[in-house]
Design a protein around this ligand. Structure first.
Ligand SMILES: C[S@@+](CC[C@H](N)C(=O)[O-])C[C@H]1O[C@@H](n2cnc3c(N)ncnc32)[C@H](O)[C@@H]1O
Length: 387
């Protein structure tokens, strides 16, 4: 039983849950289920940075991102990497303390020094500090040792935009197997870019010139303006990454929009990776949560009684449209299945499903050689002719 005073303090420490936060957590969870095994295959050590970790709990008792990540890794059926390092960075001392107690309570027996209820290969660091300072110090140490950052995912989930530091994010992304998932507060940026009080902090966070900021506020259509914010984030981040690693392979961005109760844009979750497997896994995660394949989740119209945010992800309606798009692109060509998958993955917002090919075959729009085991099957390596 808590005293009234204690409840008030807790209210302040715990974060407020909302449908769009749940959607964000589901994307993170789905993605991590794929990410841990993808990277574990190749590497001795992998690192998960939760840069704005929070207290680990919400006012409705649901868990925050640190616990979500630990539980996904702990419950994974596959054997994961030799060592999984978790950095939970939280600036607010009370929240960092709350998180520490929560982890102790969940994963330690009373007198243990370590988290004995977690696998031995988990190494956990709770850092009570500023994300950019903690990351700078980790990166500086690596540089001094001439070492590489192990394959990592950094989840960067601030309340606003002012804690974003493009130089540090670019530095993280410059390591070959490192990825970013950023909460990008486009709603705030759209509003504050017009306000002289905020312009200099926006410019310094995102390395924007006055001219770039002025250009953006002259864009009348809000969707176009959001597109421009997204384009600028990619441009600045990749520019900053190239200062450290000019030969890096292409980086693929992917974004997911969330809207508030009034259906206004709040933020985009933006993911950056070099890995095709990574982009495939994140697309699947975002697709599941997004409404009918448009990579958006809105609190508007979300019914509290609705069983699951997955109610939105019906497959049928988009298969016909996807098959038309595929046919238009490949008409007259004969291509391997892999080229089709690659096109869908990197050049369209769609995800690959065999039912897209089945639809085309039923309509007589593709031909597949007779050598396959059964009709409407599309084995790896098969060549498909678009009529
Ligand atoms: C949106 S919440 C994070 C929620 C958490 N990632 C989750 O999904 O459960 C942002 C958190 O970042 C913390 N924070 C604010 N500024 C920070 C900074 N510069 N460095 C690290 N943490 C910060 C806040 O105290 C807050 O707990």
């Amino acid at each position: 039983m808590y005293l009234y005073y204690e409840l008030r303090v807790m209210e302040d420490i715990l974060l407020k849950m909302s449908p769009h936060t749940k959607a964000k957590h589901r994307i993170l969870e789905y993605y991590l289920k794929a990410w841990f095994p993808i990277l574990s295959k190749w590497n001795g050590r992998i690192v998960y940075f939760d840069g704005f970790a929070g207290p680990g709990k919400y006012d409705d008792d649901s868990f925050g991102s640190p616990i979500i990540a630990l539980e996904v890794a702990k419950n994974h059926k596959l054997k994961l990497a030799e060592e999984i390092v978790f950095y939970f960075i939280e600036k607010d001392t009370r929240r960092a303390e709350f998180l520490k107690n929560l982890l102790d309570e969940r994963y330690k027996y009373e007198k243990d020094d370590t988290y004995t209820k977690l696998p031995k290969n988990f190494k956990i660091h709770i850092e009570n500090g500023d994300f950019n300072e903690v990351m700078s110090s980790i990166l500086r140490d690596l540089e001094q040792e001439g070492a590489n950052l192990a394959p990592s995912l950094a989840f960067v989930d601030p309340f606003g935009y002012s804690d974003i530091n493009i130089k540090i994010l670019g530095r993280i992304l410059s390591f070959r197997k490192c990825e970013l998932l950023i909460t990008y507060m486009v709603g705030f940026l759209n509003r504050f870019a017009f306000d002289d009080k905020h312009r200099s902090s926006i410019r310094s966070s995102f390395l924007l010139s006055d001219e770039e900021l002025n250009n953006i506020i002259t864009i009348g259509n809000s969707e176009d303006r959001e597109e421009e914010w997204l384009r600028l984030l990619s441009e600045k981040l990749i520019g900053s990454m190239k200062e450290y690693n000019s030969v890096g392979q292409d980086v693929y961005p992917l974004s997911f929009k969330t809207k508030d109760k009034s259906n206004r844009t709040m933020y985009y979750l933006v993911y950056f990776t070099r890995s095709k497997k990574g982009i495939g896994a994140m697309k699947e995660a975002m697709w599941k949560i997004g409404k009918s394949g448009n990579y958006t989740f809105s609190d508007y119209g979300f019914q509290p009684g609705q069983k699951s945010i997955l109610d939105y992800s019906e497959e049928k309606p988009w298969i016909g449209l996807a098959s038309q798009q595929l046919h238009k692109h490949f008409k007259g060509m004969e291509v391997e299945l892999d080229a089709i998958k690659c096109y869908i993955l990197l050049d369209t917002p769609l995800i690959f499903r065999k039912s897209i090919l089945k639809e085309l075959e039923k309509n007589g729009l593709i031909e597949v050689p007779d050598t396959r085991p059964k009709r409407y099957s599309y084995p790896e390596g098969v060549r498909i002719k678009f009529l």
